[in-house]
Design a protein around this ligand. Structure first.
Ligand code: UGY
Ligand code: MN
Length: 250
């Protein structure tokens, strides 16, 4: 018998592990017939937001970005997407980057379609010499997984262009069973991630967590991090990282 008083989820000062068993839905204006779970946001201490939305019958995700850009990724199912005048049919692995001040609309074509989104207040480049990035429609399946730091057990797909106009990176990290980060990372950049496949052990600030498909993790700036994949299939997670801005204000 499962005991409902137990969970693997934890929320700490500088990291969180959120398993789906703890989800409670929120209502988001303009997002209709959807179950939206705000997994990470400022209330937790983060500087960005991660939402996992399940679209029910006639589900619709609609709005106009203001100060925040949004990256949408289809985890499963099918939907139709409009953003900045462009329109596309999306299925698993397709994604859309919506810059600031841009209208977007997603309509569910298959009940149960799940969409992950990362939201961040866009930091304009000083001097205003570079415009914000454009809308991007793409799919992860078309992006090469480059070997990470010389280890063929680790592959990294970089979903957004590595250009100064972008202040957000979203990557997909694949680890073969037994593959692991080559060192404990200690860095100022923040992460939000969702496990798309597999399982393993994450070390967050010297605490050890078993994690698997469906789990999310928040890592605050300087949260120390290390991961190793376990099991019979590769472990795969998609993650957010703030990039390309000088973070010091003093
Ligand atoms: O990009 C990164 O910092 C990445 N290697 N971190 C992580 O997967 N925890
Ligand atoms: Mn990292």
């Amino acid at each position: 018998m499962e005991i409902s008083a137990l969970t693997r989820s934890v929320v700490k000062r500088n990291h969180a592990v959120i398993a789906p068993d703890g989800y409670v839905n929120s209502n988001i204006a303009g997002w209709k017939n959807c179950s939206a779970n705000v997994i990470i946001n400022e209330a937790m201490g983060a500087n960005f937001c991660q939402i996992l939305t399940t679209m029910n019958k006639d589900g619709e995700i609609m709005g106009v970005t203001q100060a925040s850009e949004i990256f949408f990724y289809v985890v499963r199912g099918k939907c139709n997407a409009n953003a900045g005048g462009g329109e596309k049919e999306l299925s698993k692995g397709h994604y859309v980057y919506v810059p600031v001040e841009t209208a977007y609309q997603f309509n569910c074509e298959e009940e149960g379609t799940q969409v992950l989104s990362f939201h961040k207040v866009y930091e304009h480049l000083p001097g205003g010499y570079s415009p914000p990035p454009p809308v991007i429609f793409d799919r992860a399946g078309g992006i090469d997984g480059n070997t990470y730091l010389g280890d063929p057990a680790l592959r990294l797909q970089v979903l957004l262009p590595d250009k100064p106009a972008f202040d957000m990176a979203v990557n997909i990290f694949t680890y073969d069973p037994g593959g692991h980060l080559p060192f404990v990372e200690t860095h100022i950049m923040e992460h939000g991630l969702l496990y798309l496949q597999g399982q393993g052990i994450y070390m967050l600030d010297h605490e050890w967590y078993p994690v698997k498909q469906g789990d999310s993790i928040w890592m605050a700036p300087f949260c120390q991090q290390w991961f190793t994949a376990m099991g019979k299939e590769p472990a795969v997670y998609i993650y957010y990282k703030n990039v390309n801005r000088f973070p010091t204000t003093v």
